[in-house]
Ligand binder design. Structure first.
Ligand SMILES: Nc1ncnc2c1ncn2[C@@H]1O[C@H](COP(=O)(O)OP(=O)(O)OP(=O)(O)O)[C@@H](O)[C@H]1O
Length: 472
């Protein structure tokens, strides 16, 4: 099978694990291979500090300025200080001045997963809100899932903790009382619920100044929530400032985004710049479909060193794997769309706090979810899209693995392949981003364990340098 994939490398050609958080800058960047074993050791002995990364021009966390230079109010700056945000990341430093300047201008902004896009738009929103009108909705942030909407709501509240009278409401199923309607200056919601609230006249959108769409490529996709987002926009004031954010903007969606947010400033990345180097991307060559489950169980010990997310294709397989793993004595949780909202909230809260360490889920949590203790992501099924799941879904792959390696941390992703279709799909994804995947073999468990463990352990060591060990 190896001839199918020039991008998939055997262990002996594998690059040494990357230093935490610096971004891939060129497609062919490889670690020197003269003495690979030494290089690997060196990587783990040298601890990379967040401040070093933020001084490294190649890193997406690099910036030359401080938050003080960005013209934010004292209350907002105090919020950032309380969160221990010392310096902006690249996207924050570059996009913020464009977004908060007047007259307001639209923005389409792309930056790698885990590089602080949320704070970039949250700071803009907080800069625009008049706190003297605390119950008048002035900013609307849309996200694709209830979990992401709740997480963003929490970030707005945390950054805005010193903004007096700031009320941040979540517009997700079951959160807004019919009697009162929406009564906050900042509203974070999912498109369907927002549309219902506006139609029922429970959400006064007449004074909205900013519309943010997070995960915008996914949200504007005509196969997904595109139509709903257009309807929401049509209900809003024509002068509203529109900010579109994502780690991925495939060309087709970008053209559409440019129409949705006309005359926008743009910050774009090249395809080969999208992967985060702190994530060591590996793949497990499973003998067949049936063996995937046993291999997963064998990995269980490694998965619980930090926290892990296992992505599967369907709700049914999430439930089935959970059932089998629990029957085999493993402690895991499953979260997907079939659960009702309140139980989803409890499940994710348990995972955030570390009460549960292994989460089995579908694409519902592929995007945006920020749990910094996640050190491993498993693609139990390679993400596919299109009719009959024919094409590899490169965007979803990137968002899924981006649940680890947050803001300069390191992590591991392991994608399971077992037949020609899954192998080819993964090869195409690797080719698309210009990445070299490291092969793991189920026949050499010592080697597998060593490779994965080294990285996970170094991620724990580096957690000391990170500003907030578990956030969101
Ligand atoms: N300037 C900063 N200094 C320190 N930590 C930061 C800074 N900005 C953001 N962070 C932290 O980095 C983590 C990742 O940020 P965030 O969730 O906004 O990433 P993102 O770019 O939106 O990722 P994704 O594409 O996965 O949605 C969060 O835990 C956040 O608190």
């Amino acid at each position: 099978m190896a001839d199918l994939a020039s991008r998939i490398t055997k262990p002996e050609d594998a690059p040494a694990p990357a230093a935490a958080g610096d971004s891939t800058t060129t497609p062919e960047t490889k670690v020197e291979t003269a003495e690979p074993s030494n290089l690997v050791e060196n990587e783990y002995e040298v601890e990379v500090k967040l401040s070093d990364l933020q001084n490294d021009q190649e890193s997406p966390l690099y910036s030359v300025s401080s938050f003080d230079q960005l013209g934010l109010s004292k209350a907002i700056s105090d919020g950032l200080l309380a969160m221990n945000f010392k310096k902006p990341s690249k996207i924050q430093e570059r996009a913020l001045p464009l977004m908060i300047s007047n007259p307001p201008r639209n923005m389409i902004a792309q930056s790698q997963s885990g590089t602080g896009k949320t704070a970039a738009f949250v700071l803009t929103v907080l800069s625009r809100v008049e706190l003297s009108k605390p119950t008048q909705p002035q900013a609307l942030i849309l996200a694709p899932s209830r979990e992401l909407a709740r997480q963003i709501q929490m970030v707005v509240q945390t950054v805005g903790q010193f903004c007096e009278n700031l009320i941040v409401e979540a517009a997700i199923p079951g959160s807004i009382s019919r009697e009162t309607g929406v009564k906050g200056s900042v509203v974070v919601g999912t498109p369907g619920t927002v549309m219902d609230l506006v139609r029922r006249r429970q959400f006064d959108v007449s004074q909205l100044k900013v519309l943010v769409i997070d995960e915008a490529d996914n949200m504007l996709d005509q196969q997904g929530m595109g139509e709903q987002c257009v309807r929401v926009k049509n209900m809003l004031p024509k002068t509203i400032q529109i900010l579109l954010f994502s780690a991925t903007f495939p060309d087709k969606v970008l053209q559409y985004a440019e129409r949705y947010a006309p005359n926008a400033n743009q910050m774009k990345l090249k395809q080969q710049e999208l992967t985060v180097k702190g994530i060591s991307q590996m793949y497990m060559d499973c003998p067949n479909q049936k063996d995937k489950y046993d291999i997963l169980c064998k990995l269980y010990g490694l998965m619980t060193i930090g926290s892990s997310v296992i992505f599967v294709r369907t709700r049914d397989s999430a439930t089935e794997i959970q059932r089998r793993m629990e029957a085999d004595g493993h402690k895991v949780s499953a979260l997907h769309g079939a659960y009702e909202g309140a139980s989803r909230d409890v499940l994710l809260d348990d995972f955030r706090s570390g009460r549960s360490k292994v989460l089995i889920t579908t694409n519902v949590l592929a995007r945006g979810i920020d749990v910094s203790s996640v050190s491993m992501v498993i693609n139990y099924d390679i993400p596919m899209k299109g009719p009959g799941d024919r094409e590899p879904d490169a965007e979803t792959y990137l968002h899924r693995i981006g649940r680890t390696g947050r803001f300069g941390r390191v992590g591991v992703s392991i994608s399971f392949v077992y037949d020609r279709k899954s192998f080819e799909a993964l090869s195409q994804i690797a080719e698309y981003y210009g990445i070299d995947l490291i092969q793991l073999s189920p026949d050499d468990w010592d080697d597998t364990e060593q490779k994965v463990q080294e990285i996970i352990k170094s991620s724990r060591a580096k957690a000391d340098y990170a500003p907030n060990a578990t956030s969101g």
